[in-house]
Design a protein around this ligand. Structure first.
Ligand code: PLP
Length: 457
């Protein structure tokens, strides 16, 4: 290959980021604050302290500090599995016969199989520092629960996970990995909480959703002494921790003077995409550079492309604060498809504001097309991708094919958030030709929009 760019760009330990980048500091229009549904006033640190750890609340509310130092202990843990490689997809480029240059940042090199560990270790660290006994959380596809179990095991914290029932049943080995790391795992909705019992009564036979599991985990935390609740996506603090992905990507690209034209990521709650693109959007916000940023979501759960930008509850049980975000309504329960980690009704308030202000675009893709891309990628690049990550692969391949047609030599970077070894039921369905593409109708979405809280701010 005549090109001097290596297949994998790694950073030296000394080149790893020492601080997270807070993109809110450079946003002229800040993301709207979390609102207390009772008073309709912005949530104060005191109010949030019933649910979250103090240091994480400070990060949640901080719209001004540009760089937040990563504590030594977290840096040490990061060094165990980071930096993650930025891979030049030479093999895929050749297969596609595209003049485009494709790179992907691979976050699947740890047992959780995803980027989630970047925030799990940070959140567990602050909980430990506050002297807590343990944490409660939800998990959708299981990656977040696994990551948090790993972080809690490392720090000696108890970990209680409410796992969306469809995943609990489809991915028994995920559950077992969490238990191996010492976590307690309960399928959600469950009979163990008031809200779980209520949801089961209203939607008998439901396979659950992230929104339900969040309500259960928050209720469990409030009833336990010495516990706080932690969340694996959506929140500002999570997006902040995930900027380690984007900062490493930028440092690796800068080493070879590469400027991406296009940055693509899958969007569930928005944390990996937000983390990947933050440093680049920061340059856009400061007027230094321009990039095309693309969020990719499942057509079955299309928060950006068909949702409303409005205040909504973060959970089905309406126990959490209101967040202003692109949302399908907290009552929206997505079809039991397999894009497990992308089955959330809302979207990060930071990304929602940036999308609203035109700094990024969004596309929705159908499941079978996603698995076609996943298979194509696995066969040439060697990595069996997570279904979530494969949403980004789909659009990266589509864009590379467009370049083949126009002859443009665009540089495409996408986030390969994880591996799909626990998703073989989904792959099996695809291989058997039994996978379907469920797309909600306008009427279904409207029914859910009708239940949005009437908040005029
Ligand atoms: C959780 C998850 C996602 C989606 O979550 P975001 O918060 O939107 O990043 C994407 N890919 C993988 C592998 C995941 O585990």
């Amino acid at each position: 290959m005549e090109n001097s760019i290596p297949y994998k760009i790694y950073l030296e330990e000394s080149e790893m980021p020492k601080a997270w980048y807070n993109v809110r500091s450079d946003m002229k229009i800040k993301p709207a604050p979390l609102i207390n549904p009772g008073t309709l006033q912005p949530m104060t640190a005191e109010e949030l302290a019933g649910v979250f750890c103090d240091e994480l609340i400070a990060q949640e509310l901080d719209d001004t500090t540009q760089y937040i130092p990563i504590p030594e202990e977290i840096l040490g843990f990061y060094k165990m599995y980071r930096p993650s490689p930025l891979v030049r997809a030479y093999c895929l480029e050749e297969k596609l016969k595209t003049p485009a240059k494709i790179y992907y940042k691979f976050e699947g090199n740890n047992t959780s199989g995803s980027h989630k560990l970047n925030s799990a270790i940070a959140q567990a660290y602050y909980a430990k520092k506050q002297g807590l006994k343990g944490v409660t959380t939800e998990t959708g596809a299981g990656q977040w629960g696994t990551a948090l179990s790993m972080a809690c095991a490392y720090l000696g914290l108890d970990c209680r996970v409410y796992m969306v029932k469809v995943s609990y049943e489809q991915k028994p080995f995920r559950r077992e990995v969490m238990r191996t790391y010492g976590a307690t795992v309960t399928p959600s909705p469950s009979e163990t909480t008031e809200i779980g019992r209520k949801i089961l009564a209203e939607h008998p036979g439901t396979t659950g959703s992230l929104g339900c599991a969040i309500s259960e985990a928050v209720e469990a935390e409030m009833k336990l002494d010495g516990y706080k609740y932690v969340l694996g996506s959506v929140l500002n603090q999570v997006l902040l921790h995930q900027t380690v992905i984007g900062l490493e990507t930028k440092a690796a690209l800068d080493k070879y003077n590469i400027k991406p034209d296009m940055i693509i990521g899958c969007a569930g709650g928005g944390s990996n995409l937000g983390g990947l693109v933050s440093p680049f959007i920061g340059e856009m916000l400061r007027g230094e550079n321009n990039y095309q940023i693309i969020a990719v979501e499942p057509a079955s759960c299309p928060s950006f492309t068909r949702g409303k930008f409005a205040y909504d509850f973060c959970d089905t049980g309406k126990v959490c604060p209101l967040a202003k975000m692109y949302t399908l309504g907290s009552n929206f329960i997505p079809s039991a498809n397999h894009a497990g980690g992308l089955r959330y009704h809302g979207m990060s308030p930071i990304l929602s504001q940036l999308y609203h202000d035109g700094y990024m675009e969004a596309r929705s893709v159908e499941q079978t097309a996603v698995f076609e891309a996943a298979t194509q990628f696995a066969r040439v690049e060697g990595i069996l991708p997570a279904p979530e990550s494969s949403h980004a692969i789909r659009v990266a391949i589509d864009e590379a094919i467009k370049c083949r047609e126009t002859g443009e030599e665009k540089t495409i970077v996408f986030g390969l958030t994880g591996t799909g070894y626990f998703d073989m039921v989904a792959y099996e369905k695809f291989n058997n030709g039994e996978m379907s593409d469920y797309i909600p109708t306008d009427e279904e979405l409207q029914k859910s929009f009708d239940t949005l809280p009437k908040v005029d701010l």
